[in-house]
Design a protein around this ligand. Structure first.
Ligand code: ACO
Length: 333
């Protein structure tokens, strides 16, 4: 059986126009700009506007269109859409199928949503790579889009300061034999024993929305921040070390590390555990906060667009999120 390499042929992003600063948050909960910046590095975040169609598939349309154009393709060239989303447009049909419609795809392009929370886009990259490697598909659109403002409890200062909305997308394409690009290796995991440390309990089939749920504000996310923090740095560093070791690389071989933009302290601690210099970490959490599974493709697109990331470079992605899921991907860009 013939195997093919995968390249990122195009990438795009969308950030809603509406900015919510830390100062704005001080009018909603008992917090301060100083506390938020010191604990998270976040200065502001973007908030989706439903009246402008900025729900998940609406935001993803702009990121995906950008990615497809940068890849030099037409929407109908996409064989499959893998859509990472935590709180979808609607429970069904999939948000991927909503995006297919918005993009005007008229072929039998397959559509699938992935829910691995903040790690979802890294899961999608790994699955998309497998589909291209085996020759099943030539072009797979991998989207990470989140409307965290919809599950944020704006009265809970422990969590509402952390999140923002946005979308990022890449097109994965079959690389030519002459190209050096590849998704070299990846590792994915989930530790469900800690699932209740980052969870949205109510609103699914097991516990539908009732007046009582709404009164108790149980339709929103709850989080044990310190457990999540410790688990995040430990698993991201472990997965990155695994990828380096089994590919006979050191941190010196990595041109850019692009971790999930959860917060600056998590990013700095992970880089420190890996003994990797912060100058080579792509970081934009101060502008967008934690956009969950959209954060890596947004950061990647920014760094490609401003010329930091160039063809031929070696990139390392790492993410973690509710589940508790975690993963890392090594790329020759
Ligand atoms: N403003 C002011 N004070 C606050 C705030 C706030 N927004 N939030 C909490 N505090 C208070 C607490 O009440 C506590 O007060 P007390 O000492 O009087 O009890 C004090 O600040 C310290 O609280 P801690 O929870 O101990 O603060 P910590 O240093 O752990 O920082 C934080 C909290 C930022 C949430 C940290 O734990 C963290 O970064 N965790 C990871 C969270 C995360 O990234 N989650 C999402 C990841 S998964 C995904 O991306 C979906």
């Amino acid at each position: 059986m013939e195997f093919f390499n995968t390249k990122i042929s195009g990438s795009g992003k969308f950030n809603p126009e509406k900015i919510m600063t830390n100062e704005d948050l001080t009018k909603m909960v008992d917090t301060s700009d100083e506390w938020i910046v010191q604990r998270t590095g976040i200065k502001e975040r973007r908030i989706a506007d439903l009246d402008k169609g900025e729900y998940p598939s609406g935001m993803a349309y702009y990121a995906a269109k950008d990615a497809i154009e940068k890849a030099g393709l037409e929407p109908n060239d996409i064989d499959m859409i893998l859509f990472s989303i935590t709180l979808p447009d609607m429970l069904f049909p999939s948000t991927a199928s909503q995006l297919q419609d918005k993009l005007g795809i008229t072929t039998h392009c397959a559509c699938l949503d992935i829910n691995a929370a903040c790690t979802g886009w890294v899961y999608g990259l790994t699955l998309g790579n497998s589909l291209i490697q085996t020759g099943a598909y030539k072009n797979v659109l991998v989207v990470g889009t989140e409307m965290t403002s919809a599950f944020n409890n704006w009265e809970d200062r422990n969590s509402c300061i952390l999140f923002g909305d946005g979308s990022g997308a890449v097109v994965l394409s079959r690389a030519e034999a002459t190209e050096e690009c590849a998704i070299v290796d990846s590792v994915l995991s989930c530790d469900s024993s800690k699932a209740d440390t980052l969870i949205l309990y109510k609103g699914g089939s097991k516990a539908p929305i009732t007046h009582e749920v709404l009164n108790n504000k149980e339709q929103y996310v709850t989080m044990d921040g310190q457990v999540v923090f410790k688990n995040a740095v430990k698993t991201m560093a472990k997965h990155c070390a695994t990828l380096l070791k089994r590919n006979n690389l050191t941190t010196n071989d990595i041109d850019w590390f692009i971790p999930h933009q959860a917060n600056l302290r998590i990013i700095e601690t992970t880089a420190k555990l890996l003994n990797y210099p912060m100058e080579k970490v792509i970081c934009n959490v101060e502008k967008y906060a934690n956009t969950s599974s959209a954060s890596i493709p947004i950061a990647l697109t920014e760094a490609i667009n401003d010329g930091r990331i160039k063809r031929g470079q070696t990139l390392l992605f790492a993410a973690f999120g509710a589940g508790l899921t975690s993963g890392a991907v090594l790329i020759k860009f």
